[in-house]
Design a protein around this ligand. Structure first.
Ligand code: DAH
Length: 358
């Protein structure tokens, strides 16, 4: 064979390869089932296939022409195989779908949905509840709709007491019949202004020793601003037993503050007044690790020793038992912990805010 003949073969072989590639690209994606696929594949790569024929004609080339042609054939083969295996994958997926009767491919990884998270107030509530549970307090609850008796009278806040003005509430129409809210004579229903109602309801149900923590929603007719919201949350604590002392109160609250704000936090009790505790205190704390709020005394709760008048209202003998109580706003603690400077952010349901605490 001379050079010209060889050149002619090379030309013909290149032409044949191009034709095969174009044909495969056109035909393979339209093959509908495995039988059609195998039949088509045989026309290319089978013993009498078009690609096989091109490979066989290598023998007609001059030796020095072979390597270059071999390379071209390999490249063409790779391209053909790629198109064929894509077509086969499509056919296999269709077979699986047919077998399952739907277009779901269960072998695919599942799509990760948006996961919800606890609201920042709920996160702080859980943390607070958990740390009191660790020292033996259990969770108590009561209704948000209350009567004046449980919200005020039984807590030693008589009708004309100024504390009732400070905790002005939302009163419900008298004729409303609420289920499970015992009707007290001539009483109006209202939304509870503080969680201290749970003290009364618990002491009426159980005998001492009592050690409860009561997280819950409270309501006041406050004009909303950066630190006031008409709807907010408190945590109430109550411990009643023989010989409960002020030292127990101080130790319990020290533990609370150091656990939640860090071991360097310091506490102090400042004399104050609440009708249902005697003596009464405001508890402040101070921490070097609080960013902008570091090294300032911050007031976080009211507390004191249960007033004997309260014990009398629930039929507990004040000679036999003593107790301490405390109550604090969850939002206040959350704002300090989370560095939030406006309480209203918690209620706007803005995901850009809420997601920062996820
Ligand atoms: N209930 C009070 C309030 O909302 C807070 C409080 C003060 C609760 C003293 C207590 C306590 O249990 O002993 O302002």
């Amino acid at each position: 064979m001379d050079f010209q003949e060889s050149e002619f073969f090379i030309f013909k072989m290149k032409e044949a390869l191009e034709t095969i590639i174009i044909d495969v690209r056109d035909t393979a994606p339209g093959l509908e089932n495995r039988a059609a696929f195998e039949a088509y594949k045989a026309t290319i790569q089978g013993p009498n296939g078009s690609l096989t024929a091109v490979m066989k004609s290598m023998g007609k080339l001059l030796r020095e022409e072979k390597p270059a042609m071999g390379k071209l054939i390999n490249e063409a083969k790779a391209e053909i195989n790629e198109a064929l295996s894509q077509a086969l994958a499509t056919i296999e997926a269709a077979e699986l779908t047919a077998k399952l009767g739907s277009a779901i491919d269960p072998s695919l990884p599942s799509v990760e949905g948006d996961r919800g998270t606890l609201h920042p107030i709920a996160q702080v509530r859980e943390e607070m509840v958990a740390l009191f549970q660790r020292i033996g307090f259990s969770v108590a609850e009561a209704t948000e709709v209350e009567t004046e008796y449980f919200c005020f009278d039984a807590l030693n806040i008589p009708k004309d007491h100024p504390a009732r003005d400070m905790q002005d509430s939302y009163y419900l129409p008298n004729e409303l019949k609420m289920q499970n809210v015992p009707k007290h004579k001539e009483e109006q229903y209202l939304l509870r202004t503080h969680s201290s109602t749970v003290q009364i309801r618990t002491m009426l149900q159980k005998n001492p020793p009592i050690r409860i923590i009561a997280p819950g929603r409270c309501f006041r007719r406050d004009t909303p601003d950066a630190t006031h919201s008409a709807n907010f949350h408190q945590i109430e604590g109550l411990y009643v037993d023989q010989d409960v002392s002020l030292t127990d109160l101080k130790a319990t609250l020290d533990y609370f503050v150091k656990t939640i704000f860090g071991p360097k936090a310091k506490t102090r009790l400042r004399p104050s007044f609440f009708p249902f505790t005697e003596p009464s205190f405001e508890m402040d704390f101070f921490s070097p690790d609080l960013g902008k709020l570091s090294n300032k005394w911050l007031e976080i709760m009211g507390c004191g020793m249960v007033d004997p008048e309260v014990f009398k209202a629930v039929g507990i003998d004040p000679q036999a038992y003593t107790g301490f109580a405390f109550g604090m706003g969850i939002e206040r603690i959350a704002m300090i912990l989370q560095g939030v400077d406006d309480i209203r952010y918690y209620y706007q349901n803005d995901l850009r805010f809420l997601k920062q605490f996820a």
